[in-house]
Design a protein around this ligand. Structure first.
Ligand code: PLP
Length: 414
């Protein structure tokens, strides 16, 4: 990781305090007193940067926002109650009935359901394209799409998009490019790839401990020239853009969080900050382990799928663009639901749960859980087969994991 030592120094140094209690402070208050009527007015107008009311943010969340913005090289961030809340905040802040969102690649089930079922009920349409379908992508952009949504690595289909190329197309057609970087914090730097907004489920790798549900949106600064948001299709946010470089904070808070209330709570933000202190160390360990484990499983004849394998369709892209790895997800196709159940039940090291990015190795049969209500076409598009098990590799020894999984695989196949 090019900036490994930078992040290893930056994160513990900005999260910890130098004086008094050195752990970040938790401020659980829902309301905050104002010194005077004048101060109340200036807080509501945005002139005074003091807490207004916890639905609009609280001091512990504000600390997390500062750290995430710095880590990502963004202008600012807004933390939310979950990753889904972060995605919903971005969509509802910028879009309105009649708009279309272009969704590129593979998607986590919740995001897919939001785009395919829920938002269409409110008149917002999701258009779906494969990561390599540039004709389809361009056609959709030509139709006036306002926003493009893409996971840095498809969860769980492990397709790898060429983010720079997609960003270039978004710039040509003045579409906002939103990257869900949940699976690859630190190892993919979305703003360098051309993202306008970055979303995270901080529940995952950023926390690492499965103790805090949370999400975040990190945003770039408003540009002095060539600002795509000045396109007439974004006219609804033009009055707010006059607030300057950090105006996207106001767009997110005033046009979504204030009215939908997807706000983070202070305790979850505190726990997330604790996880962030060790993020670079954990990231390096997991990404190195994944490659070793996948190789050992493949050599033992396990039907494992991962871009580090030459047989994967995006192996070259993995080597060129994802040189630090592509996160903790690995999939194994056991062939049938029954075999997948045996594999999971026989493993001594896998914790069966619907999460990823934990310090322990997690696993889940996809078709009977997250994707159980999806029809066959949608499952095909997302790469969900009857025997598919998603694994999220943790901090354990890759050799021990391989031994355990090979035994479980043999039991399942016998
Ligand atoms: N984005 C991705 C890539 C995810 O994997 C998930 C959850 O699994 C989410 C978003 C939603 O996050 P949360 O569960 O925190 O709402």
């Amino acid at each position: 990781m090019e900036k490994y030592e930078y992040f290893n120094t930056l994160l513990p140094q900005i999260i910890g305090l130098k004086k008094g209690a050195i752990a970040p402070q938790i401020t659980p208050s829902a309301a905050f007193g104002y010194a005077s009527a004048e101060e109340a007015e200036s807080i509501f107008s945005g002139e005074a940067a003091k807490p207004l009311y916890a639905r609009m943010g609280n001091p512990t969340g504000a600390k997390l926002e500062t750290v995430l913005a710095k880590m990502e090289g963004g202008q600012g961030a807004v933390v939310t109650s979950s990753g889904m809340a972060a995605i919903t905040m971005v969509l509802t802040a910028f879009l309105q009935s009649g708009d279309k969102v272009l969704c590129i690649g593979g998607f986590f089930g919740g995001t897919y359901a939001l785009m395919n079922d829920t938002l269409p009920r409110f008149g917002i349409e999701g258009i779906f394209c494969d990561v390599d379908d540039y004709d389809g992508i361009e056609k959709a952009l030509q139709s006036g799409v306002k926003m493009v949504l893409c996971e840095s690595v498809g969860n769980p289909n492990l397709k790898l998009p060429n983010l720079r190329e997609i960003a270039g197309l978004c710039d040509c057609y003045n579409a906002l490019f939103v990257i869900d970087n949940t699976v690859t914090p630190l190892i993919v730097e979305p703003f360098k790839m051309g993202a306008d907004l970055v979303v995270y489920s901080t529940t995952k790798i950023i926390s690492g401990h499965s103790a805090a549900l949370g999400g975040a949106v990190v945003f770039r600064a408003i540009k002095d020239s060539d600002e795509k948001l000045l396109d007439s299709k974004f006219s609804a946010v033009h009055p707010i853009l006059k607030k300057g470089k950090g105006a996207l904070m106001m767009v997110l808070k005033k046009r979504a969080m204030r009215d939908f209330g997807m706000s983070a709570n202070a305790f979850a933000s505190f726990l997330t900050l604790l996880g962030l202190e060790t993020l670079p160390l954990r990231t390096k360990r997991v990404n190195e382990s994944v490659e070793k484990l996948v190789r050992l499983l493949d050599e033992a004849g396990v039907n494992v799928r991962h871009p580090s394998l030459e047989t994967h369709e995006h192996h070259l892209r993995y080597k060129e663009i994802f040189s630090d790895g592509c996160g903790p997800i690995v999939t194994i196709d056991c062939g049938t639901k029954e075999k997948a159940f045996t594999f999971l039940n026989e493993s001594k090291l896998i914790t069966q749960t619907a999460n990823i990015g934990d310090n322990r190795t997690l696993g889940l049969h996809m078709a009977s859980t997250i994707y159980r209500d999806f029809n066959e076409d949608d499952k095909k598009r997302l790469g969900i087969t009857d025997g598919l098990v998603r694994l999220s590799i943790g901090l354990e020894s890759p050799d021990e994991l391989a031994k355990d999984m090979i035994l479980a695989w043999k039991s399942a196949q016998s």
